[in-house]
Ligand binder design. Structure first.
Ligand SMILES: [Zn+2]
Length: 740
């Protein structure tokens, strides 16, 4: 956006229009604001940023991390009341606690005993640390995985590495079947959602799955362990749910509609997201006796882990008795909603959210985000009390049951889907606000430029701007991943958005643009009892400076969207990203798929004899959308530079721009997963990002009729949005501004 703005200024200079004032204010122009409103916005943001304090962040963080507060627990419900009460005091309005009666999950008991070749009784608990009195809290749960089924089995154990489908292929090659057996797998790096491991084991016919934390992934092989360092100690247990929410998130009994009183519910047997396998997590302390007694072939080199033993595939000698009793039943979850009503456009909404429920104390996940949210809302409330209300309405939500199946946000999003599709500008999610100093910013491609611009106006604790710190962190990350990519403004924000947090319903079901914010660092205690206040104060963010920065960043990003004259969407950036998605799909799926990669389009078409899928029309549609987006950005910049904008015109433009994201929805959803309606963004079963999900999955399956259909759907959506953006552009063509 910056270059086009400079061009505009030059043009205006030649026309001798407003240019001296513009030149003066140009450095402080904010994307989407007129010069006057830019200056006003910067002043407002300065005031906003001065409010959050590290002491308050720490105080709030202590409140949320003082007791375990898993979804559905008394403590988590008390915290819902606490948030509602605080928001009232802070000056938020229309505070509602929504109740959803959802299929919940709670542990009753679990035991694991090795009965051969030697006896071993698994501890299934985390040992307290002297340095950290919270770890002595008797309310800390033992080992359990949400949505495991109850059962009892005695069977041999097989080591199945990460528990991905290819791991079972290797076992088969070694003559090892897992049918009726118990598979022992590890949490993997890169992250693969444990629910996918459970589904894979279920499909393979295993009787149960044990998932353990290997020290190679998050323990002593990485560095010092808690209480001396950030990595996971011997007894840490990664809890979590195994819900198949990659099929459909939210309450498994109400797929696609809200679990409000009286809602229709399907029987649990018909719920596609409800697992049908027993599952238990283990610390490496409990996994080691099993692993060191395994027989069978030596596991391959990349299956060896961090323990000082040789890992074998097993399958015979090691036999265990596993018993799990769960209390899975319908129970209430609570979503707290509050808002700052917009002064001018109350029916245009910016939605912000963080989940409240934690596996134990939730030091990082999610209470760092919750503390940042509370300081952000205090700052919003302060401004509103001083008469500085946003133009649009800001809605803030504290979700429940995110950890179980993205449940609270999904139910809320399903309940208000129609209203959100009419009113919502964007959703900004903060889950884990802070586990270290490295900023990671995610945004749908149309909002990536505004997020990058916003980061320039914030101060990182390192002394750099957040923008500079972000660039440095991104460069380090690329280097570590051995990807020699240059970091530019165009690729700084992560525009590949998978699932695994509360943005999912808004992006994939409602069709809202989403942003996700987080600071990351070395973090080996995820979902364990050691993820707590002590950990945060010693390793994650001892000075609560990143918590404070998160409150500022989250709030300023929201304020820019809430106050913009013309919403800061960049559709040329969107088109450019979609082109990258298509080109990647083509290059990863050679030779069966024909790519019309820019520059060699016609060549490729004529050369190919066995054309399976021709994406050239899609690429042409992307070009047209990009051209329309570019023209619109230029016209919007010109319009903004010329001063106050007619409210009627602004309404037309803004509502039109809001519609673009909705137009990426296919009401039928992606093949096999009708709940997921976005055709550009989706997630794999591992939660990993999956661009062009319907098309990509069809291509990967070599299902060419479906791939062709999906390509046509994409092409139509691109054409629709091109038409829409062109219409908006036409509405900007006033006679007076036509220059010859
Ligand atoms: Zn979380």
């Amino acid at each position: 956006m910056k270059p086009s703005r400079r061009v505009v200024c030059a043009t205006l200079w030649l026309l001798s229009l407003f240019c001296s004032t513009l030149a003066q204010s140009q450095t402080s122009l904010v994307l989407g604001f007129t010069p006057d409103h830019s200056a006003h916005e910067i002043a407002l943001e300065t005031k906003f940023k001065s409010i959050p304090s590290a002491d308050e962040e720490r105080r709030q963080h202590r409140i949320f991390t003082s007791e375990p507060h898993v979804a559905g627990s008394k403590r988590n419900n008390e915290l819902a009341d606490y948030i509602a009460e605080e928001w009232r005091k802070q000056g938020l309005e229309d505070i509602v606690i929504h109740r959803y009666d959802v299929y919940g999950t709670n542990p009753k008991s679990a035991s694991l005993e090795m009965i051969a070749p030697v006896h071993y009784q698994a501890v299934l608990r985390e040992s307290p640390l002297d340095a950290d009195s919270d770890t002595k809290n008797p309310a800390i749960s033992g080992a359990w995985l949400g949505m495991s089924i109850s059962g009892e089995v005695t069977a041999p154990v097989v080591y199945a590495h990460s528990g991905n489908p290819e791991d079972y292929d290797l076992l088969r090659k070694n003559g090892i079947s897992v049918t009726g057996k118990i598979v022992l797998v590890r949490y993997s790096n890169p992250y693969s959602y444990r629910g996918f491991k459970a589904l894979t084991a279920q499909r393979e016919g295993a009787a149960a799955i044990l998932i353990y934390s290997d020290p190679a992934e998050d323990g002593y092989k990485k560095g010092k362990v808690d209480p001396d360092g950030p990595w996971g100690p011997e007894y840490h247990i990664q809890r979590g749910a195994i819900t198949y929410d990659f099929m459909v998130p939210g309450d498994p009994l109400t797929p696609g509609w809200a679990s409000v009183p009286g809602a229709k519910r399907i029987p649990i047997e018909q719920a596609t997201s409800a697992p049908k396998i027993m599952a238990l997590p283990l610390s490496w302390h409990d996994a080691k006796p099993l692993l060191e007694n395994m027989d069978g072939p030596l596991a391959p080199a990349d299956w060896q882990g961090g323990l000082p033993i040789q890992y074998h595939l097993g399958g015979k000698h090691v036999k265990v008795h596993l018993k799990i009793e769960m209390d899975n039943a319908t129970q209430p979850y609570y979503v707290v909603e509050g808002r700052i009503r917009g002064a001018e456009l109350p029916d245009e909404w910016i939605v912000l959210g963080n989940h409240r429920d934690a596996w134990v104390f939730g030091g990082v996940d999610p209470s760092s985000g919750t503390a940042s949210m509370m300081e952000m809302t205090r700052a919003f409330g302060n401004l509103a009390k001083d008469g500085m209300r946003p133009r649009r309405t800001i809605i803030v939500c504290s979700w429940d049951g995110e950890e179980v199946g993205l449940t609270g946000s999904t139910e809320w999003g399903e309940q208000f889907a129609n209203e959100l599709r009419a009113k919502a500008v964007a959703y900004i999610n903060v889950d884990e606000a802070t586990s270290g100093p490295n900023f990671h910013g995610q945004a749908v491609a149309s909002l990536a430029p505004m997020l990058v611009e916003t980061s320039r106006s914030l101060q990182d604790p390192s002394g750099k701007t957040l923008y500079e710190a972000w660039k440095a962190a991104a460069a380090r990350e690329k280097q570590e991943a051995k990807q020699p990519a240059e970091i530019t403004d165009a690729n700084l924000a992560d525009t590949r958005i998978g699932s695994g947090s509360d943005h999912t319903v808004f992006l994939n079901f409602v069709g809202m643009p989403v942003i996700g914010l987080g600071f990351e660092g070395d973090y080996g205690v995820y979902h364990s009892a050691y993820d707590d206040f002590y950990w945060m104060n010693h390793f994650g963010d001892p000075g609560y400076r990143y918590h404070t920065l998160m409150s500022q960043l989250w709030g300023v990003t929201a304020l820019r969207l809430a106050n913009a004259d013309l919403l800061p969407f960049d559709f040329a950036s969107y088109a450019n990203n979609v082109r990258q998605f298509v080109n990647e799909l083509a290059s990863k799926n050679k030779p069966v798929i024909l790519s019309g990669v820019a520059g060699s389009r016609s060549e490729a078409v004529t050369e190919s004899k066995d054309l399976v899928l021709n994406l050239t029309p899609v690429l042409s549609a992307i070009d047209a959308f990009e051209a329309a987006g570019k023209r619109l950005s230029e016209s919007l910049s010109r319009k903004l530079a010329s001063g106050p904008i007619d409210p009627k015109l602004a309404l037309t433009l803004n509502h039109g721009m809001m519609q673009v994201e909705r137009n990426w929805l296919n009401p039928d959803g992606i093949p096999g997963r009708p709940w997921f309606k976005h055709i550009l963004y989706g997630a794999r079963f591992t939660y990993a990002h999956l661009e062009l999900p319907g098309l990509t999955e069809a291509v990967e399956k070599q299902d060419w009729p479906t791939a062709k259909q999906q390509a046509e759907i994409l092409q139509r959506a691109l054409a629709n949005n091109t038409r829409l953006v062109n219409e908006l552009n036409n509405s900007l063509k006033e006679p007076a501004s036509v220059s010859k």
